[in-house]
Write a protein that binds this ligand. Structure first.
Ligand code: 5AD
Ligand code: SF4
Length: 433
């Protein structure tokens, strides 16, 4: 969502004459988009801002702005540690950027805007497309009403709000017209899409509608909340041809006690049942997840239950985090905090187990024919091209740049921990569109 917001900012400032540059040394305006979901992301920001301060000493025209969740949370507290910052704008203020940047050009004063609106006005702003992009993101809803005990999102992004279906559909059609072949529908909890709209609709209906957009070969979405994963959505896998066979379904813990303290609204058994239903509807579907280790009160037995759930489900990939306390959340001050060394050790064990599973899953792809959407030259330093399978695995293979944006068939020949290697078999649906 943050990348998307940054692309929206670029699109918004274009009419005022701003262009994006990869070289901060040439910039007259640097906007830093911040995330504060975990402590680590929050810590990085000051070291980055420090580097920009040096640039400002060499270029008096340079203005520095900070947006995103951390800006929302800290507001004018930013100026105390980074007095060279000119603008702090919150998550609901993005649409006002042209106005705020205009003011910065005219005056030398500081601006802080962190108010919430009842509607997020930037929700409908299309993001600027990266040059040569094959896939892109489309925000379908923003905010969250779930209040998981560890999470800052509802506090910093505000309440859940969905974009009207026809507006999303128009954007996807426009993207398909510009040659985009894959769209990832974005929201904090896409499964509750539609609940804030006056007309009756839901996420399954949206997927069905996007599935009919000619030229949009692949649909993905993130993130799903297990408690809101409906039978109608599960039926879309297999039912909507362009919906890729992959779901990111964060479980967070395999222990009911911990899930309850986290306020997740489901049990480990209910999660297992959702996974079973997904696999019944779509055998071979890729399932990825998030886990937090060391939530307050997590005992060794709870952690073992998480490992047990992983061994049973065998996630295709897993993102794991040490719990970090976030200001303003319900978990602040909860009893029985877990010490850092235990968190570190649990994370290490969990990641070692997942590495085994990821490699096992990658190895199972060897000799299979996979449909790959070609994204561009590979980053592995060779002449290879790279793309992704429908299950979201990276595949590198010998090929030419003329294949970018095409869907091809690739025979997998080798599996690595984070990617696959393949050989092109034939041109698939490449010339259809
Ligand atoms: N501490 C650690 N991990 C967190 N996440 C969210 N909040 C926290 C926190 N306070 C993780 C969750 C979520 C992912 C995006 O980040 O696993 O699914
Ligand atoms: Fe945060 Fe929970 Fe909402 Fe996800 S569902 S954004 S973890 S509060």
């Amino acid at each position: 969502m943050n990348v998307q917001d940054a692309e929206k900012m670029a699109a918004l400032l274009e009419p005022s004459g701003y262009e994006t540059t990869d070289d901060p040394g040439r910039a007259d305006l640097i906007l830093v988009n911040t995330c504060s979901i975990r402590e680590k992301a929050a810590q990085k920001i000051y070291s980055q801002l420090g580097r920009f301060r040096t640039l400002k000493e060499g270029n008096p025209r340079l203005r520095i702005g900070v947006g995103g969740c951390l800006a929302q949370q800290w507001g004018d507290r930013f100026f105390r540690r980074a007095p060279y910052v000119d603008l702090v704008f919150g998550t609901h203020q993005i649409h006002r950027l042209p106005e705020m940047v205009g003011e910065l050009e005219r005056t030398r004063g500081r601006i802080v805007e962190t108010g919430f609106y009842d509607r997020v006005r930037s929700l409908g702003i299309p993001a600027q497309l990266a040059a040569g992009a094959v896939g892109t993101f489309v925000t379908i809803m923003q905010g969250c009403n779930n209040f998981c005990a560890y999470c800052v999102v509802p506090h910093l992004r505000g309440r859940e709000e969905s974009r009207p279906l026809p507006e999303i559909l128009r954007e996807v059609e426009m993207l398909a017209g510009h040659g985009i072949r894959e769209v990832t529908l974005l929201g904090q909890n896409v499964n509750s899409y539609g609940q804030t709209l006056p007309e009756k609709t839901d996420f399954a209906e949206l997927i069905g509608a996007i599935g009919k957009v000619s030229g949009m070969e692949r649909i993905r979405f993130t993130t799903s909340h297990p408690k809101d994963l409906s039978a109608r959505l599960i039926a879309c896998f297999g039912g909507v041809a362009s919906l890729c066979e992959h779901i990111h379904l964060p479980v967070q813990s395999g222990s009911n006690r911990v899930l309850r303290r986290m306020n997740r609204g489901y049990t480990a058994a209910a999660y297992r049942e959702k996974v079973a239903a997904l696999r019944r509807a779509c055998p071979g579907i890729s399932i990825t997840s998030d886990v937090i280790v060391g939530f307050p009160g997590e005992e060794e037995g709870d952690f073992q239950e998480t490992l047990e759930l992983m061994r049973e489900i065998r996630f295709d990939n897993l993102f794991s985090f040490q719990y970090s306390e976030r200001e303003g959340t319900a978990a602040v001050g909860m009893d029985r905090p877990v010490c850092d060394s235990v968190k570190r050790e649990r994370l290490r064990m969990l990641q070692a187990l997942q590495e085994e599973h990821t490699l096992e899953k990658n190895r199972a792809c060897v000799r299979r024919l996979e449909e790959v959407l070609v994204e561009g030259p590979s980053r592995n330093g060779s002449e290879d091209m790279t793309g992704r399978t429908r299950g979201n695995r990276i595949v590198n293979f010998p090929g030419t740049t003329g294949l970018i944006g095409k869907t091809i068939s690739v025979r997998i020949v080798e599996a690595f921990p984070h990617s696959l290697r393949g050989e092109m078999e034939e041109r698939g649906g490449a010339d259809v569109h």
